[in-house]
Ligand binder design. Structure first.
Ligand code: F6R
Length: 576
């Protein structure tokens, strides 16, 4: 679970003496050091890795949190929004709250209400809570774990003579492939030999047991130094998997539960890297289908009282399928009657279960915090959707794009061969403090994505801009210490990009350029050139994003950063 947060780690084990709790600041290895040599007894426990929201990452704020008597221990994902009011209420009643977290109050509330029935106490506590939670709770006299969810993912793993509760399937795959997904406002009582699930109103819920197809092997590093590098190299395979069965004899095959003719507009919502693929999706759908597309940050869409209705298709893009802002935006769109469509990687994730229809990415598990293969495949899926929609409208098929799409895995392999060259460039620029990324048209979102990749894993400040916008402000920053990464492969904006390069050179700025393999002109302007194979403009964002991923990876590696777990970041952001 560490990719979800690694500010601190902790665990509580129930044994004959009560609840034994261990905590450490930092990664799980720190907790391992703390417990090594200690005699651990018990066959029931809870553990947590934290991504701090309330209170700094210290031991007191680490989970599990216990009530003052040490009778109840909880681990919590999400945010208790009314925790200040509840804290005041508990403090007035004489409860002593020791951490700065919003989570600790849950343990006190349960202990306060515990008067015979453990699960009733939990329900009473949850009735008072506003906000989101994925909770696992133990009590010193009970041989069970209570798990409850609202807005934060939670699954049960069904083993033989053992049961698991986790906030992600990958955590339990080593032990079982049988998974039960909890829904919002459900509470599970989990014992060694089984489980029961009720909603928070006390009604029994019959849950389906899903059989997971992923293997843990798919989540291991397979000899690569980092998950991120492994996932960059997995891109040809990820594209093959997402295309499988979806192109046949030049035709796109998608089975969608959607009346495309009724739609007048598309709105795409997402966060971070997925938002960048959404922007590419806008360019693709508008060009290929001729339908107007708006792109919104999920966090903004949700709070703007968005104008969407039954003739709109709201597409949500999410690798994890658990991003809180994206999920909230999806719910808002559904409430307004819009049709919803998911482009999701994690099968069975909350967003995947909430959308009306959609297409899975089939990229396999993505563990590195920086998204790489999921981005690539998101763009492929958006392209498939655009081509399919065009086909359904009876428009002339885009044969060249379809042909290039089928050849994409081989083209990506050619780009992967550039890793060593790009490392040399990374060596040259590893000490810079800022880098500007510029691109036009399809390559503008790639500039944004390149800048995000670099800043999030190498801690170098980077910004992406449409190349022409440079003259409206950012050009003031250009001097010898501000290199500019141009995405300058051949398309209709090529000549204009060359002029932008000259403008940078005239001001002493150093240029790095991603260029088409046949390009002769740009190597006269700069030595820092990365060559990529030529493809249709619609596929260029994929080909051009890969050198950006390598560049960010190598810079981070040269700086000695563990880019699989960059500071302050978590792989899925399950809080708003
Ligand atoms: C950046 C990155 C994030 C995610 C964002 C959305 O490399 O990975 O910006 O793209 O947090 O996550 P998902 O796609 O899981 O909704």
């Amino acid at each position: 679970m560490e990719y979800r947060g690694y500010d601190s780690a902790g665990m509580t084990i129930k044994n004959s003496a009560g609840l034994a709790t261990f905590k450490a600041v930092g990664k799980i290895t720190e907790l391992e050091k703390k417990i090594s040599g200690k005699k651990l007894e018990g066959n029931l426990g809870i553990a947590h890795t934290r991504w701090a929201t309330h209170g700094e990452p210290n031991e007191i704020n680490a989970h599990p949190h216990l009530d003052a008597k040490g009778e109840v221990a909880i681990v919590h994902n999400g945010i208790i929004e009314n925790y200040c009011a509840l804290k005041d209420f508990l403090t007035k009643e004489g409860f002593k709250i020791i951490s700065d977290t919003d989570s600790e109050i849950v343990a006190h509330l349960i202990q306060k209400f515990h008067n015979g029935s453990f699960s009733e106490a939990v329900v009473k506590a949850l009735e008072l809570i506003e906000g989101t939670f994925g909770l696992a709770i133990v009590q010193k006299d009970e041989n069970r774990i209570i798990a409850a969810r609202r807005g934060s993912p939670l699954v049960l793993g069904v083993g033989e003579g053992e049961m698991f509760v986790a906030s992600d399937v990958s955590a339990v795959l080593d032990y079982t492939k049988k998974i039960v997904y909890l829904n919002d406002d459900e509470l599970a009582v989990v014992e060694k030999d089984g489980y029961s699930v009720k909603n928070l109103k006390g009604k029994e819920v019959n849950k389906k047991v899903h059989e997971i197809k992923w293997t843990l092997d798919q989540i291991e590093k397979k000899g690569f130094k980092h998950f991120m590098l492994k996932e960059i190299f997995e891109q040809p395979e990820a594209v093959i998997n997402t295309l499988r069965g979806r192109i046949k004899e030049g035709k796109i095959k998608l089975s969608l539960d959607l009346d495309l003719d009724s739609l007048k507009r598309v709105v795409i919502v997402a966060c971070g890297t997925s938002w960048h693929s959404a922007l590419i999706g806008k360019y693709l759908l508008e060009k290929i289908v001729g339908i107007p597309v708006e792109v919104d940050y999920a966090s903004e869409f949700r709070y703007r009282d968005p104008l969407v209705g039954k003739n709109d298709l709201v597409i949500v893009i999410s690798q994890s399928g658990e991003t809180a802002d994206t999920l909230a935006a999806l719910k808002e769109a559904k409430a307004k009657g819009a049709k919803t469509f998911g482009i999701i990687n994690v099968v069975g994730s909350t967003i995947a279960r909430e959308v009306k229809t959609g297409i899975y990415l089939h990229a396999g598990p993505e563990i590195g915090v920086a998204s790489t293969k999921a981005f690539t495949v998101q763009v492929v899926d958006l392209l498939l959707l655009a081509l399919f929609w065009r086909q359904e409208k009876g428009l002339r098929p885009e044969k060249n794009i379809i042909r290039d799409l089928e050849a994409l895995p081989e083209k990506i392999k050619e780009v992967l061969e550039q890793s060593d060259n790009i490392r040399k460039l990374a060596e040259k620029f590893v000490n810079c403090k800022n880098i500007l990324y510029l691109g036009r048209g399809f390559n503008f979102p790639v500039a944004l994505e390149g800048a995000l990749k670099l800043k999030e894993i190498s801690y170098i400040h980077a910004e992406g801009y449409p190349a022409a916008e440079m003259k409206h402000g950012p050009i003031a920053l250009i001097d010898k210490d501000m290199p500019v990464m141009f995405i300058a492969t051949r398309d209709s904006t090529y000549e204009k990009i060359l002029s932008n390069m000259e403008e940078i050179r005239a001001r002493g700025g150093e240029i790095i350029a991603i260029v088409s393999e046949e390009d002769k002109r740009i190597s006269k302007l700069t030595k820092n050139v990365i060559k990529v194979p030529s493809v249709s403009p619609e596929l260029m964002p994929i080909i051009n994003a890969i050198p950006m991923q390598f560049f960010a990876y190598h810079v981070a590696d040269l700086k000695g950063i563990d880019m699989d777990k960059p500071r302050n970041l978590a792989k899925s952001v399950t809080v708003e």
